[in-house]
Design a protein around this ligand. Structure first.
Ligand code: PDD
Length: 279
């Protein structure tokens, strides 16, 4: 694989970042994951807008202009002949002597990108559905910033697997915040689509905003409000969204079947429309 590190395209085993990089020492960095279908970047401008916001919340200067970032993404797609998969981009504050204080003065942010090949369109889980377990949301209180501090989500997903499930839905004060790396939705008995409103409690998913727009356009009632575990267990359908999964049905929560236990019709429809529109 060809990767990109601070201005240079190189083989993946030659990409080098300083051990003093604050991304490594303090998780002082932000990232984006953009999906690629048929060699095309999906929702790139949305990912750029969120990256800009994440950097501005942490006062990390932009490592390159948006045109340059787009060009790096496109070059990586070409160099790796990436037809379908993901591009990971990370911006960290850069390397400096270890100190809790943000370094004063000139420090160059680090910029790293790499590709991951993988099936996004044809995924068995889209037909069988995912099983999730609920776990307490023990992440920090600024989940709206897409930082590389992913230890708790990683622990939660590992715990979910250990319990025989595919992923975790995180819960705070009895209400679902989101999945370990995706936004969470239910469809209730009235057919309304319910998902948590944007706040510091969740990441503003780029796929989420597209799906809510498509849901409204197709005549669904959308309610942006928190939902409880009890409401989720009684739902007709459940699903998640993210750049890496698009829309994936959830068929089981904490061992209880959702609806009839098969992937929901609305989840399937939104997935199809999203993929159709994306390419
Ligand atoms: N995760 N919520 C969290 C906590 C996430 O980490 C993600 C994305 C999302 C969905 O956002 P989007 O639709 O913009 O991908 C929601 C990425 C895919 C990841 O960490 O790999």
């Amino acid at each position: 694989r060809t990767v990109y590190v601070n201005g240079v395209f190189c083989p993946e085993n030659q990409g080098v970042v300083s051990i003093f990089d604050r991304g490594f020492l303090f998780a002082d960095g932000v990232y984006e994951v953009t999906s690629v279908l048929d060699g095309k970047l999906i929702d790139f401008s949305g990912h750029m807008a969120r990256l800009r916001r994440s950097m501005s919340e942490l006062s990390i200067p932009a490592p390159a202009s948006e045109d340059e970032l787009l060009s790096i993404h496109r070059q990586l797609v070409d160099k790796n002949a990436l037809a379908e998969g993901l591009i990971y981009m990370q911006v960290s504050r850069g390397a400096a002597d270890r100190d809790f204080l943000f370094p004063a003065g000139d420090i160059r942010p680090s910029l790293v990108l790499f590709t991951q090949t993988g099936q996004l369109r044809d995924r068995p889980a889209a037909k069988t559905g995912l099983k999730v377990v609920t776990l307490p949301d023990l992440r920090w209180a600024r989940r709206d910033i897409k930082t590389v501090q992913l230890l708790y989500p990683s622990m939660a997903k590992t715990e979910a697997k250990r319990r025989g499930a595919d992923d975790a839905w995180l819960v705070e004060d009895g209400f679902v915040t989101e999945g370990s790396s995706n936004n969470a939705y239910i469809v209730n008995a009235d057919g309304a689509l319910i998902t948590r409103p944007l706040s510091h409690a969740i990441l503003p998913g780029i796929t989420r905003s597209a799906i809510l727009r498509l849901a409204t356009e197709t005549g669904l009632t959308v309610e942006e409000r928190p939902f409880s575990i009890e409401e989720a267990l009684a739902a007709r359908e459940a699903f998640i969204t993210s750049a890496s999964s698009f829309v994936m049905p959830v068929v089981e929560i904490d061992g209880h079947k959702i609806g009839d236990g098969a992937p929901g019709e609305i989840a399937g429809r939104l997935r199809a429309i999203y993929i159709d529109e994306a390419v």
